[in-house]
Design a protein around this ligand. Structure first.
Ligand code: NAD
Length: 264
């Protein structure tokens, strides 16, 4: 892939630490020659993200909390001042109260429903709107979703509903931005042990279940998600938009799961 992203600059939002899916994507893009900008959410994460940015020679584009539009504006002003334009954008952001990522979906509170949708769904539209003027020579936007958008997964609850809305947003944004040469796609990643995933009830079991029942008989890594992202962010996928591409060891293709996870 060396040179695939040469001359391209992109913003990657959602690195919390070196286990983040966004970090796998940022590394893959940097290895392929891209220049990267990273945001972080608050000072606690800045301590983790700053050294990672240095490792890639990436621009630290500042604090961004998507519930505070002023912080999103500040990031895009910084990018406009430093770079003038961007070629790609990665949105790897989601949040829900972990007390509602267990038990029954029907018990979701109105407050957490709205907050989950705001942070995990509306934020994509919000950053896409600001990125559009910086992509005047075309570009590629990518978000992260999960199979819980399509089928009911235990404990995923309101996040599954949010991911369904996120995938619909990808299609609407693809139409809105397509005439300007901007593509919008999603990667549907299989379960990976990250900070966000640790909030989901019985996550260890979900990992094992995927390992036993996916065609490849294993889970995926952030490096594998990063390599698939490279395809969607580079010109290799220039004819692809509005797509949800699964990077899940093929799990979503299996209709009848054969094996329970016996060692749990
Ligand atoms: P992670 O904890 O490393 O990343 C989540 C990121 O969301 C963090 O960087 C956090 O700072 C950011 N975030 C949360 N609330 C925010 C806010 N208000 N403003 C700005 N940023 C905020 O976990 P991850 O698993 O790498 O998650 C990245 C994306 O991948 C999420 O959309 C997640 O739903 C999705 N995903 C994860 C898995 C998995 O199994 N880990 C599978 C499929 C999809």
């Amino acid at each position: 892939t060396s040179g695939l992203m040469k001359g391209k600059r992109g913003l990657v939002m959602g690195v919390a630490n070196n286990r983040s899916i966004a970090w796998g994507i940022a590394k893959a893009c940097a290895d392929a020659g891209a220049e990267i900008a990273l945001t972080y959410q608050g000072d606690a994460l800045k301590k983790r993200v700053e050294p990672l940015a240095n490792e890639l020679g990436a621009l630290l584009a500042g604090h961004c909390d998507v519930t505070d539009p002023a912080t999103i504006d500040a990031v895009f002003s910084e990018l406009e001042a430093k770079w003038g334009k961007i070629d790609f954008l990665v949105h790897a952001i989601a949040f829900s109260d972990k007390d509602e990522l267990t038990g029954r979906y029907v018990d979701t509170s109105r407050e957490n429903f709205a907050r989950t949708m705001d942070i995990s769904v509306f934020s994509l539209t919000s950053v896409a709107k600001r990125a559009e003027p910086l992509m005047n020579e075309g570009g590629s936007m990518l978000t992260l979703t999960y199979y819980g958008a399509e089928k009911v997964m235990p404990h995923y609850n309101v996040m599954g509903v949010a991911k369904a809305a996120l995938e619909a947003s990808v299609r609407y944004l693809a139409v809105d931005l397509g005439s300007n040469g901007i593509r919008v796609n999603a990667l549907s990643a299989g379960p990976i042990k990250t900070l966000a995933a640790s909030g989901i009830g019985d996550f260890r079991y979900i990992l094992k279940w995927n390992e036993y029942n996916s065609p490849l008989k294993r889970t995926v890594t952030i490096d594998e998600v990063g390599d698939s992202a490279l395809y969607l962010l580079s010109d290799l996928s220039r004819g692809v938009t509005g797509e949800v591409h699964h990077v899940d060891s093929g799990y979503h293709t299996v209709g009848m799961k054969a094996v329970d996870a016996p060692d749990i």
